[in-house]
Design a protein around this ligand. Structure first.
Ligand code: GLC
Length: 662
């Protein structure tokens, strides 16, 4: 089922957990040579996978890169985003062709040309020959995913409260700001489980510090917010500020825990705190040391974190900045023409995330000096791994919320990811929808996008439509950038409409949590493209704006401005569930085929498969206060397999599944 091929000396990324022998024979499907792997695609083959990427669920027709990139503009011409998820599935079985999955375990830059240069060619090019390739076979598409997921290990389980709705902004600057947000939600009677603290809670952007003026008595404040049913989730950035007397910097420096330049000096870059250094998460001692720093916050009652800027993002380096200042001199007294004007302009803009920098610093891995760019894609992954291992070491029974921006396959065992700095654009609702199943194939189940969009100003209708998808994503967080218009649900006039939609999330928590946990335990997908459920339905294969959610639901969110509804493809007879504007629920049967479905901004429509049921309970102010005795079953089936547990301990088992009858 799984064939492993080792070329030369691959770096041990720890992405794979199954110990399998090298396959003794030729690699099927691909011809290989010169660090390249070539597969001839038939005209009808679909290609799935690549996790967090731009464009379609079917990735065919574009060129992508596995290279963790800090890029705040997620437009179609991009080749990579924050994660490097080098897993693909090729499917042409319905036409009598091939069907297989392939994972390229390779931590440096790798290119996937999927019919971009040549229509019928899938060409994968690595930088070197040190690569492990796994071919994964299976009867169905889901079998392939399950086999792959077995190979890479069980996905991360977030605490149950982290399935509630969460509010974030860059930044809530003070304690009073945070209280104002909690009050705003409470007054509008909209449920809320967490408020996020972005970089300004720290003292001058120094990890593991609290700004005492803006957040006095932090520990008490954390307890006070929790007594109101709301957890605080602080950000931790990858880079550590260079500052004499700052303990994290001093300790790391004294122990040699930061990444080094060629001469063995700490490599200094500029990020939020100004000049800063990178903890060497690939070095075991450094990673244990940094992970233990989170204890300062968990000891104060913090139960969740988001790790950021860990591609790692670099605004500039000391080295690059020096060069740029020298370079700019030469443009001073000349008339800037077509060539020189752009060069002059780019002198500073090309400083960020430059290849020159990624090639100029080193990790110390078991005494070996490894150039960063050769293992670039592991940095965010190892930051996440290090933090989660620290939580488990310090509190083995308890689940801690953790999600990251950068990732590589393997990181899915330690945390979730959010999809980074999207925009308040209609097209980004659809982008998020397409990313979710692709991420699930690669093991990332706890995921979601910044609802409402991070960059740019969000409007009430856009946020309502974003939320209509967001109520189904395991990570449901509204987040936006500094300088943008207020984006909290209560910042808009029609708070009742927001309440109606967010309430539905809470009414669906028994289903969402149960389906999430079953997906984790069975190495299954929580979000599936229709093509994965209806393999022989040619129509379903082309549907890229609807998804299956768990075992029973299909969603078809509206993602077009001013639309009053949308066309939906119903792949089999289903029950249509409508959440009306007055919070009542209407059920009706709907036949297989194409339908135009009206969906007002304050309504949600979703579909339940025939002979299936979906549990729906009463809403609650947060996840902890959901009353499971209020559950009713929707749909025309007769029962539902419900998973429940305490939501906080690591005590997870299929014994926690019980059958509910209608
Ligand atoms: C990055 C993150 C964003 C965060 C900002 C400030 O852009 O992606 O979510 O708000 O940094 O910390």
């Amino acid at each position: 089922m799984i064939k492993k091929f080792i070329f030369n000396k691959p770096f041990d990324t720890k992405a794979v957990v199954l110990d399998i022998k090298n396959y003794d024979g030729d690699m099927p499907y691909f011809s290989c040579g010169n660090n390249k792997f070539c597969y001839k695609m038939s005209k009808t083959a679909c290609v799935y996978g690549l996790g967090e990427a731009v464009r379609g669920i079917n990735k065919r027709g574009w060129i992508y890169e596995g290279y963790c990139s800090d890029d705040p503009s997620h437009t179609e011409e991009k080749r990579s985003l924050y994660g490097a998820h080098n897993f693909l599935i090729v499917d042409d079985k319905a036409n009598g062709g091939d069907r297989f999955g392939v994972f390229f375990d390779y931590p440096a830059r790798i290119t996937f040309d999927i019919g971009y240069s040549k229509e019928d060619e899938l060409m994968v090019s690595a930088q070197t020959n040190d690569i492990a390739v796994y071919i994964i076979e299976g009867e169905t598409l889901i079998d392939i995913v399950k086999n792959f997921r077995r190979l890479i290990g069980q996905s991360y389980i977030a605490p149950k409260w982290a399935f509630g709705f969460m509010q974030s902004r860059w930044s809530y600057f003070t304690k009073d700001d945070v209280v104002r947000i909690a009050d705003g939600y409470e007054n509008a009677d909209i449920p809320l489980d967490a408020i996020f603290l972005d970089i300004d809670y720290m003292e001058r952007f120094k990890d593991f510090t609290i700004n005492d003026e803006r957040f006095p008595d932090f520990e008490q404040f954390v307890a006070y917010m929790k007594s109101r049913g709301i957890r605080l989730v602080p950000i931790i950035d990858a880079a550590v500020k260079v500052e004499d007397g700052y303990d994290v910097y001093e300790e790391g420096k004294a122990n040699g825990y930061f990444c080094k330049d060629e001469n063995g000096d700490d490599y200094v870059v500029g990020v939020w705190p100004g000049r800063a250094v990178f903890p060497d998460f690939l070095n075991e001692d450094a990673s244990i040391w940094f992970a233990d720093k989170y204890k300062m916050l968990t000891d104060m009652g913090i139960e969740g974190f988001w790790n950021d800027m860990n591609e790692p993002a670099i605004f500039y380096s000391d080295k690059g900045l020096d060069r740029a200042f020298k370079e700019i001199e030469k443009y001073k007294d000349i008339s800037l023409d077509a060539n020189t004007y752009f060069d002059c302009r780019d002198t500073f803009s090309t400083l960020s995330n430059s290849q020159d920098d990624y090639n100029s610093f080193y990790h110390n891995i078991n005494g070996r000096k490894i150039k960063h760019n050769d293992v670039h894609n592991l940095y965010g992954y190892f930051m996440t791994k290090s933090a989660q291992e620290g939580f488990m070491r310090n509190n083995p029974e308890k689940r801690t919320l953790l999600f990251s921006r950068a990732s590589y396959i393997g990181a899915h065992r330690y945390g979730g990811i959010w999809t980074g700095d999207n925009h308040s654009w209609w097209s980004h609702i659809l982008l998020c929808l397409k990313q979710m199943p692709s991420l699930n194939m690669c093991g990332f189940l706890y995921s979601g996008c910044d609802l409402g969009g991070f960059n740019g100003n969000c409007t009430s209708d856009l946020l309502l439509r974003y939320l209509s998808l967001g109520i189904f994503t395991p990570l449901m967080r509204n987040h936006s950038a500094c300088g943008t218009k207020d984006q909290e649900c209560f910042a808009f006039e029609n708070t009742k409409d927001f309440k109606n939609i967010v309430d539905l999330r809470y009414r669906l928590i028994p289903y969402i949590y149960s389906e999430y946990m079953k997906a984790v335990m069975n190495n299954d997908m929580y979000f599936r493209p229709l093509a994965f459920n209806y393999e022989n339905d040619e129509m379903a294969k082309n549907v890229e704006d609807q998804l299956m959610v768990g075992s029973s639901i299909m969603i078809a969110p509206v993602y077009t401005q001013n639309a009053k509804g949308r066309y939906v493809y119903i792949p089999e007879d289903m029950t249509q569930i409508r959440l009306n504007a007055d919070a009542s629920i209407t059920e009706s049967e709907i036949k297989k085929g194409h339908h135009y479905i009206d969906v007002a901004l304050n309504e949600i429509v979703f579909f339940v498969k025939s002979n299936c049921c979906v549990p729906l309970c009463n809403t609650a102010k947060n996840v902890d206060s959901i009353d499971y005795s209020t559950i009713k079953l929707l749909g025309n089936g007769s029962k539902y397999e419900l998973y429940t547990d305490d939501g906080v301990t690591t005590n997870v088992s299929t014994d926690n599944i019980k059958t509910l009858y209608k």
